[in-house]
Design a protein around this ligand. Structure first.
Ligand SMILES: C[S@@+](CC[C@H](N)C(=O)[O-])C[C@H]1O[C@@H](n2cnc3c(N)ncnc32)[C@H](O)[C@@H]1O
Length: 310
């Protein structure tokens, strides 16, 4: 009878030991198991760390400026870990939040994170796809989608469903990135690093097709085509500037590169990732690991606001 032990090693890796006894012979196999990646190509831990990195009170206030105070029912399509519920519900008194995601395990984790909060009673989760929402017609005053249309295979179908579940005059707020334009700064622009990341994110975008990971600037046009009235679309820069060691900054950049590559299912030795890591190392060596400076990883998102015609 095999004995299996599974140990967490570091942030995302697991080691598995398999021991067996067979006719007096025993053996041991040890290997590593890749963490489970969701439909967005991320592990839940990567998603959580990413949101902790940029979803701050400024972004919440920016979103709230597009959410009418009288919003009572809010549907968050592709809610992930329901970061939006934690950010928005304390400010939307009486608002009821329905988080919908295709990934059952994300929903379970989102439920666990909401349990025991002051607004837990106002939160509900349902499994479902954006292209076929498990909600009745005209159910919501507001639909939010944050970083999800970039993963959807059939965006017109998703927009048509979002329009169906909105009440007439209801509002849709979509936050979607242009992942081709990630920018890295360390006491100035890092042109070579940015060019290398552009190649990597271009490979990432091709591998994720038919979804479009740079969909942000195309959303207002798609909304118009779907019959919405577009009210506004504003770019917003996600990211924080922090003072840190160059070695720490470039380690983070390497992690971003590795995650982008794995999230797209690219092989570990793909040229775009190898080129990006080599460029990061070259620039890091030139700067010196002990250098302290102001670093930032910036991702532009487009926040599109539209209404369903009354
Ligand atoms: C990058 S995460 C964003 C989560 C959350 N909206 C946020 O901003 O923190 C994308 C989420 O969309 C979900 N997703 C991807 N494709 C979907 C689809 N077609 N229908 C519903 N959910 C989907 C994934 O499971 C994932 O949880």
């Amino acid at each position: 009878m095999p004995v299996v032990s599974c140990q967490k090693q570091g942030r995302t890796d697991y080691s598995i030991a398999l021991e067996f006894g067979n006719g007096g012979k025993t053996g041991k196999m040890v290997g590593t198991m890749e963490p489970v990646r969701g439909l967005d190509g991320l592990t839940s831990e990567e998603l959580r760390a990413s949101r902790q990195g940029w979803w701050d009170e400024f972004f919440t206030r920016f979103l709230l400026s597009w959410i009418p105070e009288e919003t009572h029912s809010l549907i968050d399509v592709g809610c992930g870990l329901a970061t939006a519920a934690h950010a928005l519900l304390p400010c939307l008194r009486g608002g009821v939040y329905v988080g919908i995601d295709a990934d059952e395990s994300r929903l379970r984790e989102a439920e666990r994170l909401c349990a025991g909060t002051a607004y837990a009673e106002r939160v509900r989760f349902q499994q479902g796809r954006a292209e076929q929402l498990p909600c009745p017609d005209s159910a919501a005053d507001l639909v939010l989608s944050s970083m999800i249309l970039q993963h959807v295979m059939d965006v017109p179908a998703a927009l048509s469903e979002i329009k169906r579940v909105l009440r007439p005059g209801g509002r849709f707020v979509a936050v979607e990135p242009d992942n081709l334009s990630n920018q890295f700064y360390f006491d100035g622009s890092l042109q070579q690093v940015n060019a290398a990341f552009r190649d990597l994110f271009a490979a990432h975008r091709i591998a994720r097709r038919p979804a479009d990971t740079a969909i942000g600037p195309a959303v207002p046009g798609a909304l118009e085509k779907a019959g919405f009235t577009v009210i506004d679309c504003r770019p917003y820069a996600l990211g924080r500037v922090s003072r840190l060691l160059a070695s720490e900054f470039f380690d983070r950049a390497r992690r971003v590169a590795a995650i982008a590559s794995s999230a797209a299912g690219l092989p570990a030795d793909n040229p775009a990732l190898e080129g990006c890591l080599a460029t990061i190392t070259r620039v890091a060596v030139a700067l010196g690991s002990e250098t302290v400076g102001y670093g930032c990883h910036l991702v532009p998102v487009f926040v599109s606001v539209a209404e369903k015609k009354p």
